[in-house]
Ligand binder design. Structure first.
Ligand SMILES: [Zn+2]
Length: 540
């Protein structure tokens, strides 16, 4: 066992570095963390998962489980770092509270759902949502590193009929041409790349960006209704791997996905108004979400409300939060860890309150000022002239999207610490079965009545959210009295369906009659609440 871990959380991880970091974690504490792969990406990268629990206590897959995922969107590399931070905390912290939690609960952590996209974003700095699919078309730009600097940025071409011009305050920034502006200089701006099937005409952007967070199997809509949806729910191999793992693990009672964007704590619903949600579920989502606000300092919003104040509510179809809430019957959250706007001093509220592109242009200027103060981060690459083999003289430069789409990585340890506290709060509410009030009374010669109460002392009911009552895999909790040799069950059934139990003190009283002496064992179990068992000496 290595003496220490030297993982850092103020940086982004390449696939190779991530693989090594997970290996290191697994080697550090094999009784607490194991690494395995839930599938493979189209480019052949493993989809790593960490299972974190106390492996010396109980079957991990029968414990209540908390799912954490990150970096489903390619550029949102901070999600991987934050997931690693949480894993590192769970693996290395030795407080009695955490030891107790890991005795009862298991964490499934997928730090990077989208390793192919993440590698593209990290190495090229190019724009990519989840997966970039070049669409063959006449004059289509195929994104590529044209000038050999390893990056895929933007190309600007000076021309009289250009629709963009350098910003008057910061000419590095390209802004739309204004009405009656005949002065120039004007440019057309494209993704850096080569032009396919070029007939000398106007190049056009023809890449399709698959969005894995529109590919979950809830309220999924086809492409023409929801950009990025993919061909069908879970059409993407990475997404299907997650879906298959989750389907095989109905013990998942809580989940959180890491994203980046203006910082915030996001809750369902994603595709319909709050009014259509169950009242109790809405209240729990708000109450838990406020814990998230306190822990992270980020404001809670429904996914529908994560938008500019003046725009209409979002209707995001095929979204993780809807899927987990409706199909697993749990309370899922997403945390938007922030982006470079926040590092440059612009709050989410300020951003969302902006009313025009002109106002938002000022935010982009702030990004460039931030870049000037922190050039080592390489967030912006100055426009450099280059002789494009097809287009002739162009200039190549612009923002590195992987830098722009994340907060300054140096802020990540602090941000991830708050997220970890929220996850512990959420996970700490796991439903928890206990067997109490065991009583054995002799009621005849060698005949005994056994009474006991099965309680849920956890913070969630055994069905979790109200939607969970109708989730088929979340079947009713059971109790079973197992008898030792020479004992006979007089009651009709050894096994009893308990029905779902409410939070904190939901209970069910049980009674059996048995004949004979010895030791019985009472076992109570629930899909999302694990197992409780007691030995009961009878007639001894
Ligand atoms: Zn995202």
């Amino acid at each position: 066992m290595p003496a220490s871990l030297d993982l850092r959380f103020d940086r982004f991880y390449s696939y190779q570095e991530l693989t090594r970091a997970l290996e290191q974690l697994a080697a550090f504490a094999p009784d607490r963390v194991r690494r395995h792969s839930i599938g493979r990406s189209p480019e052949g990268r493993e989809l790593w998962m960490l299972t974190v629990t106390d492996f010396t206590r109980g079957d991990p897959d029968r414990k209540p489980a908390y799912l954490i995922h990150g970096n489903l969107h390619a550029q949102e590399l901070s999600g991987t770092t934050a997931a690693l931070y949480v894993a590192h905390y769970l693996v290395t912290d030795d407080t009695p509270e955490l030891q107790r939690l890991l005795g009862e609960v298991v964490f499934y952590i997928v730090p990077r759902i989208n390793p192919d996209g993440a590698e593209y974003a990290l190495t090229t700095g190019g724009a990519i949502r989840s997966r970039l699919v070049p669409v063959p078309a006449r004059n289509a730009i195929r994104p590529a590193d044209v000038n050999g600097d390893g990056l895929i940025l933007r190309m600007r071409i000076r021309c009289e009929d250009g629709d963009q011009r350098p910003d008057r305050q910061d000419p590095r920034l390209m802004v739309p041409r204004e009405p009656h502006d005949d002065e120039g200089p004007f440019y057309r701006v494209f993704t850096e790349g080569f032009i396919e099937d070029w007939d000398g005409g106007e190049p056009r952007e023809a890449s399709y960006h698959k969005d894995f967070n529109r590919n979950w199997g809830a309220n999924w809509r086809p492409e023409h209704q929801q950009y990025g949806a993919g061909d069908f729910p879970f059409s993407e191999p990475e997404m299907r791997a997650v879906a298959e793992f989750v389907a095989a693990h109905p013990n998942i009672f809580g989940a959180l996905g890491f994203h980046t964007g203006c910082n915030g704590v996001l809750r369902p619903p994603a595709s319909r108004p709050d009014e259509e949600l169950n009242d109790r579920d809405l209240a729990v989502l708000r109450e838990l979400g406020r814990k998230g606000e306190q822990a992270t300092g980020f404001k809670l919003r429904a996914v529908t409300q994560y938008r500019l104040d003046e725009s209409r509510p979002n209707r995001l179809q095929g979204h993780f939060t809807d899927w987990a809430y409706e199909h697993l019957g749990i309370y899922p959250f997403e945390i938007e860890l922030g982006m470079l706007y926040q590092s440059a001093g612009i709050t989410t509220d300020q951003y969302f309150a902006s009313k025009s592109d002109e106002e938002r242009r000022e935010f982009d200027r702030a990004i460039l000022r931030w870049h000037d103060a922190h050039p080592e981060a390489g967030a912006f690459v100055d426009w450099q002239p280059f002789e494009h083999p097809q287009l002739g003289r162009v200039e190549i430069g612009g923002l590195r999207m992987n830098a722009f789409a994340n907060p300054d990585p140096r802020e990540l340890p602090g941000i991830a610490e708050g997220c970890t506290r929220f996850i512990l709060e959420h996970a700490g509410r796991y439903p928890h079965l206990r067997i109490v009030g065991v009583r054995v009374d002799a009621v005849g010669s060698d005949i005994f009545r056994i009474r006991a109460t099965v309680m849920n002392t956890g913070g969630f009911p055994t069905y979790i959210a109200e939607t969970g009552r109708d989730v088929r895999a979340n079947r009713s909790p059971m109790a079973r009295l197992e008898l030792g040799d020479g004992m006979e069950m007089l009651s009709r059934e050894a096994g009893v369906e308990l029905g779902h139990l409410g939070a904190r003190s939901g209970k069910r009283d049980l009674e059996w009659f048995v004949k004979g002496r010895g030791t019985a064992r009472l076992v109570a179990s629930a899909v999302k609440a694990g197992t409780a068992a007691v030995e009961i000496p009878i007639g001894g």
